[in-house]
Design a protein around this ligand. Structure first.
Ligand code: 0X9
Ligand code: ZN
Length: 741
């Protein structure tokens, strides 16, 4: 029977001493650890001098963090193979944390000292150390017991290994039927190792409930006008594995005892740096415990990246089809029970604002996830989110960018698009925004670690961070230029923080209950009537496949005989922004069959495209081709850019069989006649490519601006009493007459 150790550092040291005492007096024939990959994970800063370098790096499928700047990306190296992949591809890097296991042990030590010195902290719960999985459910039960009319435990589903996806719903009269109030939704721990992302939402639950109990006017107002739903651990299997098998593990569990490792106590980080969920075999469930019992290098190879598994443009740039990749998108959109449960929650409530918490990099990220000039499945640029800017009735801008700015002023983070560091598809907020129109953000909490010493968690919540910890990257302004441009607004760097993430969360909740940034449907109906709102539609996956989606929510009419239903707009942003114009035949065209680039070199090919007459748009598409010798081209390494007067005006840098970019001219005003350069950046590719560029005019609106309606129904005593289509836009209030007949 193998010896399994999960131990504190003290116990480990004792065992190490014992192990050495038991070693044979004669030297072993080889190093006792020679059979074991001695590599411990490292956090390294990879130099990427161009954005394309960054994409090329991401294409390697390594464990890339969100911590990146103009010329670097931080990457976790889990094995010698990871390290070799970097070196082989000619990347250079600096080591930031040379031994993440040692850092893990150091953190355990620091946390023990911190807890010993601080029996109670400034957190709403007073906690002084990280929770374990069971703490969340137990604490939710305690909160509900202490605040029974304001808090309710909910279960939204189960994980791959059958663990409960537990949440807490908070609002005045929370046990009464749905009454048309909007929902502010918050998630933590999609990624296993990102522990603070579960701590902060849980603290916010305490804050709301204790604030309400203490008569705090602002919190009482929020909980009267809306409900908060908090699911602190979205990936409980992975979280539990990371949290509890992150301590030192005896390698005898994976390497049979032999002369070479008599009683070896060697250390691995277990699952401390696991990212994904615990799916071992696509589509199959498995007993609880498999995730920690079956070895995988630092738990990273196994599982689906839940934050690539959602349906919004699933399967596109920044997501991998390779199950061993850190960003494996899974075999299908919503293939995982965890994302299915979240989808079900978002589709059955009117979630007007959402924050999904992650670590790290001090960022507030918002849709879209892909460079806006990338050609989307319908042939037009992906574009900016239609609600990037939105002017409310009072004349102020309250779009997603503006709310991001206000929150950033509180937590001191940088407010920017999801795509600014790297493309992603299939993420939580891209899906929820596309499917519902509810504002959605990813928070990347903390400056530099997945799970830093706990003291930092306290500071991130309260805002008492040290200056050093909240410094935004030197190039933050550069990274957010595009963000500043779109609403005609300015970007601000937040060198100082206000009320920390506590205050940022409160601002998000405030937006969630403000009808000015969503929609309101009002009317009269008999008390006790059940009203429903339903909308079916499709949104495309990245390959263009239509993917069906239904939102179906309900409420009960109260004694007053009137209702006010806070909803998302009836037309989804994706539909609203897609007008599917009819295009003319190609006007000017360029056709090039490319060269075979020398291997392991970055080669830019500049192709001149003379546009003889003005046009509405220019599209350039590059495709890898099979070389004459029959060698299949690496189809993943061509980027295509439209260059005017030496400036890249639009580019597509995704990984895939082809890349296509569409430019509609400055501010969409059309393309003027002149000489353009269509640049193909060809990476590491001995194959060739074909390039097409063409201009076209928009000759009509195939489908004029599309609208969607909610189907509103009234049920009296369980039978259908009336039904109407209801169209309502963002910021609009619609009065519905006679919905119950
Ligand atoms: O890559 C991710 O899933 C997130 N970063 S992390 O380091 N926590 O893994 C970032 C997701 C950003 N999503 C979009 N803005 N689309
Ligand atoms: Zn994450």
């Amino acid at each position: 029977m193998t010896l399994r150790l999960r131990t504190t550092m003290v116990a480990l040291l004792a065992l190490l001493a014992l192990a050495f005492a038991l070693l044979p007096a004669t030297p072993a024939p080889a190093s006792p650890l020679s059979k074991i990959d001695p590599f411990t994970p490292q956090l390294v800063t990879v130099h990427t001098s161009t954005p394309a370098d960054k994409d090329r790096l991401i294409g390697l499928g390594l464990d890339v963090t969100e911590h990146a700047g103009r010329d670097y990306v931080e990457v976790v190296l889990h094995s010698i193979a990871d390290q070799a992949a970097l070196i082989d591809q000619g990347f250079t890097y600096d080591v930031r944390i040379a031994d993440m296991l040692a850092r893990e042990l150091e953190r355990i030590q620091l946390d023990a000292e911190f807890a010993a010195a601080n029996a109670v902290t400034d957190l709403p719960s007073g906690r002084n150390s990280y929770r374990v999985l069971a703490d969340f459910g137990a604490e939710i039960d305690e909160l509900v017991a202490a605040h029974p009319t304001v808090a309710k435990r909910i279960s939204i589903g189960r994980s791959v290994e059958g663990r409960d996806l537990t949440g807490i719903e908070i609002g005045v009269d929370v046990n009464e039927p749905e009454d048309g109030r909007p929902v502010f939704l918050m998630f933590g721990a999609h990624h296993a190792r990102e522990w603070p992302s579960a701590e902060l939402p849980m603290e916010f639950a305490h804050d709301l409930l204790e604030g309400y109990a203490a008569g705090d006017a602002r919190i009482t107002d929020l909980l009267t006008r809306g409900r908060a739903i908090i699911v602190p651990v979205s990936n409980p299997d992975g979280y539990d594995a990371s949290r509890t098998s992150g301590d030192v593990v005896d390698l005898n569990t994976t390497v049979p005892q032999s002369l070479y490792n008599p009683v070896t106590i060697a250390a691995t980080p277990g699952n401390a740096y696991k990212r994904k969920n615990c799916r071992y075999v696509d589509g199959q469930t498995q007993p609880a415990g498999t995730c920690v019992a079956v070895a995988s290098p630092a738990g990273i190879g196994v599982g689906v990246d839940l934050n690539r598994n959602y349906g919004g443009l699933w399967g596109g740039p920044g997501a991998s089809a390779d199950p061993s990749s850190a960003t494996y998108h899974g075999p299908a959109p919503f293939s995982e029970p965890e994302t299915q449960a979240i989808r079900n929650l978002i589709s059955t409530r009117q979630v007007t604002t959402l924050i999904t918490n992650h670590t790290f990099s001090n960022l507030i990220l918002r849709p879209v996830g892909v460079n806006p000039s990338t050609t989307s499945p319908d042939g037009f640029p992906v574009g900016f989110a239609p609600d990037e800017c939105f002017t409310t009735a009072d004349g102020t801008d309250n779009g997603m960018q503006a709310l991001g700015e206000r929150m950033a002023a509180q937590n001191g983070y940088t407010n920017q698009f999801g795509w600014e560091l790297y493309d992603t598809t299939g993420t939580t907020e891209d899906y929820s925004y596309n499917a519902t129109g509810g504002y959605g953000y990813t928070f990347e909490i903390g400056p530099d670690e997945f799970h830093p010493p706990f003291e930092q968690v306290v500071a991130e919540y309260t805002g008492e961070t040290s200056a050093a910890d909240r410094v935004t990257p030197a190039n933050a302004a550069e990274l957010t230029t595009a963000a500043g441009a779109t609403c005609g607004g300015e970007h601000h760097d937040h060198a100082t923080v206000g009320g920390g993430n506590r205050e940022a969360f409160l601002l998000a909740f405030t937006n969630a209950v403000d009808a000015g940034t969503h929609s309101l449907i009002r009317g009269e109906a008999p008390a006790g009537a059940t009203l429903t709102l339903q909308r079916s539609g499709v949104f495309p996956l990245w390959d263009g496949t239509p993917f069906a989606d239904v939102v179906a929510t309900s409420m009960t009419v109260e004694e007053s005989g009137t209702f006010e239903w806070h909803t998302n707009p009836s037309t989804r942003p994706f539909v609203q922004s897609r007008q599917a114009p009819i295009l003319s035949d190609a006007k000017d065209t360029l056709q090039v069959t490319g060269f075979a680039a020398p291997s392991a070199h970055i080669v830019a090919s500049n192709n001149t495209f003379v546009v003889t007459e003005d046009a509405d748009l220019i599209t350039a598409t590059v495709q890898g081709v099979v070389s004459a010798s029959g060698t299949a081209a690496n189809l993943n390494e061509h980027y295509v850019k439209i260059v005017k007067d030496g400036v890249v005006v639009a580019e597509a840098t995704g990984f895939g069989a082809s890349n296509s970019v569409t430019w509609t001219g400055p501010e969409g005003a059309g393309v003027t006649a002149g000489t353009y350069t269509i640049r193909v950046d060809n990476y590491l590719n001995p194959g060739a490519y074909s390039l097409t560029a063409e201009t076209r005019d928009i000759v009509g609106n195939g489908t004029p601006r599309q609208f969607e309606t909610w189907t509103m129904s009234c049920y009296l005593g369980g039978s259908l009493a009336g039904q109407q289509p209801v169209m309502v836009e963002r910021g609009q209030t619609v009065d519905v007459a006679g919905i119950c007949g």
